[in-house]
Design a protein around this ligand. Structure first.
Ligand code: BG6
Length: 462
């Protein structure tokens, strides 16, 4: 029987996580420090409820049972990231054998349970020593990253075929160099663009390294948080504001990653304001030759944009904000438990844009999800009744299905996240998982959505 929303054969059902957010064991197994360990040690008050990344959901000790649970709810794919500071403490040099054993165990356990591992190399967690050298602002750090990537392909490429260079590379730029919500808390647009640019050079170098390995059915790509930009009106000023927001927040990564070059309009804007990053001879060829073969799309909310009423004079440090303001669309649907707009059609708009303007690159929803504060209040008979999450996923899937019917090359859907986890400065404020985690005992409990996704995955639709 065909269901109203039947997905293509071999559709990827799963969820996404990241090392710092789920592993714990921050000072175990020979792991070096990353910027999160350091920032928490020096400024714990910046983290919600003063909770840091030492233990988090403790996947480091619970991975076997967690992978069993993934299999039970029908996952055929699962994304995790490798902690650079765990694999190579200090960021360059010797590989830590305990880390190799840990990641080997995770990969083997996944495969034994019929779950394909999707491995991401960098999810905001710069080794501390490399940040102290200047982090992504320095080419030497980019080279260290390319070596780390190469090491990962060598160690795990015999069993892992789907690789991602970065998760949401714009976030360390915004958080660390523009809006002060990530370490190193610098506010400087020129430096921010250097970091953004160098990250893409890192991406291209990692892709280049990947292609020198013989990874069976290997595909390498990047995961971007795409926030479709919608103008307040069709008047030219609003349209321009929206186009510029799109240039900065989507196309500054999407174009070099998928098309191998930056949009000319972005280059012109940066040049006009003296914000062009330093480049090296050969960079353009490197970018052009090493584009992504697969694209992960993290989609949470759209960006509603209007023209700026008054241009700041003098211009402040936040260059992107010189050109537009955000706008609260009347009647928009909100997630009342997190404060983000919910606009399910965004999934469709993103996918059709990829189809029409980005060569219909193979893609998937690599994160989508609904954060909820104080989620325990929805508990009945020992189970969190997260019907709001079920509805959230279902409505996004309907739009994804429509995009596929119209020819989009979308291969799967991953929820953020498998289980409740620690989220950067927000720590455990917003819960996202199919499973809740008791922070004291680390006990995992399926939410209602876990049972629902199992039936969807089993039927490959709903
Ligand atoms: C995504 C990130 O953008 O948002 C995740 O990739 C993060 O790492 C998630 O945890 C949710 O963020 P928050 O702030 O709602 O907890």
């Amino acid at each position: 029987m065909t269901l109203p929303y039947q997905f293509p054969k071999d559709f990827w059902w799963g969820s996404a996580t990241s090392a710092t957010q789920i592993e714990g064991g921050a000072s175990e197994g020979g792991k070096g420090k990353n910027i999160w360990d350091h920032w928490y040690e020096t400024e714990s008050n910046r983290f919600f409820d003063n909770v840091g990344p030492e233990t988090t959901s403790d996947f480091y000790h619970h991975y076997k049972e967690d992978i069993q649970r993934m299999a039970e709810i029908g996952h055929n794919t699962f994304r995790f990231s490798i902690s650079w500071a765990r694999l190579i403490p200090g960021g360059r040099g010797e590989v830590n054998q305990e880390a190799v054993t840990f990641y080997n165990n995770v990969i083997d356990e996944l495969l034994a349970n019929g779950i394909e591992p999707f491995v991401n190399l960098f999810h905001f967690d710069m080794p501390l020593e490399l940040q102290e050298e200047g982090g992504w602002e320095k080419r030497a750090v980019v080279d260290a990253y390319a070596q780390y990537a190469d090491e990962c392909f060598r160690l795990f490429g015999d069993r892992v075929s789907k690789w991602f260079t970065f998760n949401e590379p714009i976030v360390p730029v915004e958080g660390g160099y523009l809006y002060d919500f990530h370490y190193p808390n610098i506010v400087d647009a020129k430096r921010a663009f250097q970091v953004a640019y160098n990250t893409m050079i890192g991406h291209a170098k990692a892709v280049d390294a990947f292609r020198k390995h013989d990874v069976k059915d290997g595909r390498i790509g990047i995961i971007l948080n795409l926030t479709p930009s919608y103008p307040r009106s069709r008047n030219p000023a609003d349209l321009r504001a929206s186009r510029i927001a799109d240039l900065f927040f989507n196309r500054s990564f999407l174009d070099p990653a998928v098309l191998g070059e930056y949009p000319q309009e972005l280059i012109d804007l940066l040049e006009e304001h003296g914000h062009l990053p330093q480049t090296k001879k050969g960079d353009s060829d490197l970018l052009k030759a090493n584009t992504a073969e697969i694209l992960g799309v993290n989609y949470y909310q759209p960006r509603r944009v209007k023209a700026k009423e008054n241009l700041p004079n003098p211009y402040g440090p936040f260059m992107p904000d010189w050109f537009f303001d955000m706008y609260e669309m009347p009647g928009r649907k909100m997630n009342p438990y997190r404060g983000w707009e919910i606009y399910e059609k965004g999934v469709y708009d993103i996918m059709m844009n990829l189809k029409e303007n980005y060569g219909n690159i193979p893609s998937f929803i690599s994160e989508n999800g609904m954060g909820v504060q104080n989620e325990e209040r929805f508990k009945e008979n020992d189970e969190i009744q997260d019907d709001y999450r079920i509805e959230f996923i279902r409505e996004h899937l309907k739009w994804l299905h429509k995009a596929i019917e119209e020819g989009a090359n979308a291969k799967g859907y991953h929820l953020w996240s498998f289980m409740d986890n620690w989220s950067w400065m927000n720590a455990y404020k917003n819960r996202y998982g199919f499973f809740s985690v008791d922070l004291e005992t680390k006990e995992r409990t399926a939410k209602k959505s876990a049972h629902w996704i199992k039936s969807v995955a089993e039927k490959n639709g709903f």
